[in-house]
Design a protein around this ligand. Structure first.
Ligand SMILES: *[C@@H]1O[C@H](CO)[C@@H](O)[C@H](O)[C@H]1NC(C)=O
Ligand SMILES: *[C@@H]1O[C@H](CO)[C@@H](O)[C@H](O)[C@H]1NC(C)=O
Ligand SMILES: *[C@@H]1O[C@H](CO)[C@@H](O)[C@H](O)[C@H]1NC(C)=O
Ligand SMILES: *[C@@H]1O[C@H](CO)[C@@H](O)[C@H](O)[C@H]1NC(C)=O
Ligand SMILES: *[C@@H]1O[C@H](CO)[C@@H](O)[C@H](O)[C@H]1NC(C)=O
Length: 454
């Protein structure tokens, strides 16, 4: 997740006219989800000979996708498996999740240091957490275990060297001093940390995680990244004490906080405090990101200036709002009809390209808009499979059926020094010069205002 302006797919001609998918019955939903998943996986070449398992083509300029997005994709497929029962991709998911753990088993593989933010690391951590919550098949015993991986990510982010007094606290966006964006504190990095803390608290029952989640929520509110109306803004710079808030709003910020708040509500046994926060955040999220009852990426959809990152946010929005209704069932009547209507629009875009079923991005148009990619497929896969949310069991915990092994010490041997020296590789240099070019372009371009924080 770097400050770039990825050219979105050029408007390819209108697709072959085709009847859109059906989501009328559970069987239709499963069939549709299976096809959409298959088409998504055509972007993944990591299991072919000579390729790197676990990643989508990239990171730029080698391909369109930053490292984090594949981590998000594996989580999407874990939910796909849980909700539909189709285990076609489980082995690939496991291989991918384990290949990318890095030498310290904390999702900080050295290959991706140059684009490694706390949010990037946490997207993999959240997928590991999901594996534990979904009782996804456990890795072999000599391999790192799902819960321990989620803990490792959380513990490295809770380490004292990741927290300083600028802006009164909070996590920085980037982990390493050498990265662009180290001077930025943003909602997504803190939102992911909050989300993981809340989920680890519910899963393990350990209050330390809940305390961090509370503290993070309070910080985000205090610094103004979440306002009194529950709008969530992108971030601010430490040299300005985070008062220069970039007010761009992205749906994944709302989604990550919404799901975390639902887990805190559940962890606190339905406390009034978390119920109130969750309810208001849900209302604000529906108002802002479903303006006509259909998911809409506010900051970039109108003029299609969405980066490859942003083209995947609707999927997290749908999946995480759906899961929230399992740990906070009082939300179901409000949320599920919204997700259903939005998903109907989503599948109506899947009529594109030569195969006549490629999905687009502008769901509101109810037609294929020529924008295709792994993110666009992942969005629709998430939305469609989440329609089955009320047919399956809620996420497990350590005392309600969870089998994943944890490790309270996970992550403690990690190298998390913020300015840890590392060799500059040719890849970094290429990355850095591309970044410079793009930043200059963004500075003079129309959309420079929103080119941060993803
Ligand atoms: C790679 O994944 C595809 C499914 O997307 C599967 O059909 C194929 O067998 C896998 N190849 C290897 C080498 O695992
Ligand atoms: C890192 O890059 C090397 C060289 O391309 C590759 O062999 C290895 O699998 C990569 N590791 C990860 C975790 O992506
Ligand atoms: C709770 O979690 C914290 C942070 O990981 C850990 O230091 C502590 O030992 C845990 N407490 C228990 C009782 O497991
Ligand atoms: C920075 O902002 C925080 C509120 O987020 C405030 O409490 C603190 O006093 C400010 N510090 C400075 C040096 O202005
Ligand atoms: C917490 O989640 C469980 C599902 O695991 C659900 O049955 C329960 O009602 C939730 N608690 C509250 C207070 O909603």
């Amino acid at each position: 997740m770097v400050w770039t302006q990825i050219a979105t797919a050029a408007l390819a001609g209108a697709g072959v006219a085709n009847a859109a998918y059906s989501i009328a019955t559970p069987d239709d939903i499963k069939k549709t989800a299976a096809d959409v998943a298959w088409d998504m996986m055509q972007y993944y070449t990591g299991n072919l000979t000579g390729q790197t398992p676990g990643i989508l083509p990239g990171p730029p300029p080698a391909g369109d996708y930053y490292w984090w997005e594949a981590g998000a994709m594996w989580g999407t497929l874990m939910d796909y498996w849980k909700w539909t029962g189709d285990s076609t991709y489980n082995d690939e998911v496991t291989q991918a999740m384990l290949w990318q753990v890095g030498p310290d088993r904390d999702y900080k593989p050295p290959n991706y240091t140059a684009s490694l933010g706390n949010d990037d690391q946490a997207f993999w951590g959240m997928s590991a957490m999901l594996a534990a919550e979904n009782n996804f098949p456990n890795p072999p015993e000599d391999q790192p275990q799902w819960l321990a991986l989620a803990q490792a990510v959380f513990h490295t982010q809770a380490a004292p060297e990741q927290h300083d007094d600028t802006c009164n606290g909070g996590l920085r966006w980037q982990i390493y001093l050498s990265n662009n964006g180290y001077d930025y504190k943003n909602s997504i990095a803190n939102g992911c940390f909050f989300n993981l803390g809340a989920r680890l608290a519910r899963y393990t029952g350990n209050k330390t995680y809940a305390d961090w989640a509370e503290k993070t929520w309070d910080w985000v509110r205090g610094v103004g990244l979440m306002d009194d109306d529950y709008n969530i803004y992108d971030g601010g710079h430490v040299q300005n004490n985070c008062t220069d808030i970039n007010r761009a709003q992205f749906s994944y910020n709302n989604a990550v906080f919404l799901l975390g708040a639902a887990y805190m509500y559940n962890y606190t046994k339905g406390s009034d405090k978390w119920r109130d926060r969750l309810e208001r955040l849900t209302d604000a999220t529906i108002k802002t990101f479903f303006p006509n009852g259909i998911a809409y990426e506010l900051a970039c959809e109108k003029h299609m200036t969405c980066t490859a990152d942003m083209l995947s946010f609707k999927g997290y929005l749908h999946r995480w709002m759906a899961t929230a209704t399992q740990v906070a069932p009082f939300l179901a009547d409000k949320v599920l009809p919204v997700l259903k209507k939005s998903t109907e629009a989503a599948v109506s875009t899947c009529t594109g390209d030569a195969n006549g079923r490629t999905c687009g991005f502008k769901w509101e148009t109810r037609a294929y808009d020529g924008s295709k990619g792994a993110g666009q497929q992942m969005n629709v896969l998430a939305a469609v499979s989440a329609l089955l949310i009320d047919q399956g069991p809620p996420p497990v915990t350590h005392d309600s059926g969870g089998t994943s092994k944890g490790d309270p010490m996970a992550g403690s041997s990690s190298r998390h020094a913020k300015n840890e020296p590392r060799p500059i590789t040719a890849g970094d240099k290429a990355g850095a010069s591309i970044l410079t070019i793009l930043l200059i372009a963004a500075g003079v371009g129309t959309f420079g205002w929103m080119s941060t924080g993803v």
